[in-house]
Design a protein. Structure first.
Length: 184
């Protein structure tokens, strides 16, 4: 045994193994479940953040498609249909199901550009995408403002986080965007 101990710098492994007496196993049994919970939490919150980013992008792209009257592929369609088609394309690129969109909560009626001072609610667009057209995005001291489109949508997300209050809890993630109307 002395030859083996000398080969490893005078350190005897067998003595170390006898002295541990299961302490490392007990510590691992306490720490590993916490580490796994943290890793599971990172994964599920990362998924939620990714879906939220997709919703925000889809709302922005939908507002952009609805606000552009010169869309060459949109002939004969409404702003709402343009917005929904753009949202659907963004969802397809992110591998999300646009049929799972839920009705957004009642939107605050935004100030209208036409007629000035009125309000604009959701237009009842397809597949639970709230499109508000001719909304006032900003105003000036003269009362005139920049007109645009507002798009809002919600997507349900269910956490799987065992042992916590968030296990199987569904939250609705919201994405919204406003875009200035283009005139050519």
């Amino acid at each position: 045994m002395r030859r083996v101990a000398r080969k490893f710098g005078g350190f005897c492994w067998s003595g170390l193994l006898r002295e541990a007496r299961g302490q490392e196993i007990a510590e691992a049994a306490l720490v590993l479940p916490i580490v796994f919970m943290v890793l599971i939490g990172i994964f599920w919150f990362g998924q939620a953040f990714s879906i939220y980013g997709t919703l925000t992008q889809a709302a922005r792209v939908g507002a952009e498609a609805a606000a552009d009257p010169s869309c060459t592929t949109c002939a004969g369609t409404t702003a709402s249909a343009n917005a929904y088609n753009a949202v659907k394309a963004t969802f397809a690129a992110a591998h999300l199901d646009p049929t799972r969109l839920v009705t957004p909560p009642p939107q605050a009626a935004l100030n209208s550009c036409v007629p000035p001072g009125g309000t604009v609610g959701c237009d009842g667009s397809p597949a639970n995408v709230c499109v508000q057209e001719a909304v006032q995005l900003s105003s000036t001291s003269t009362g005139a403002g920049v007109c645009g489109i507002s798009v809002t949508l919600q997507y349900p997300y269910t956490f799987w986080f065992p042992g916590t209050w968030m296990n199987n809890r569904t939250i609705n993630l919201t994405g919204s965007a406003r875009m200035r109307s283009e005139t050519h």
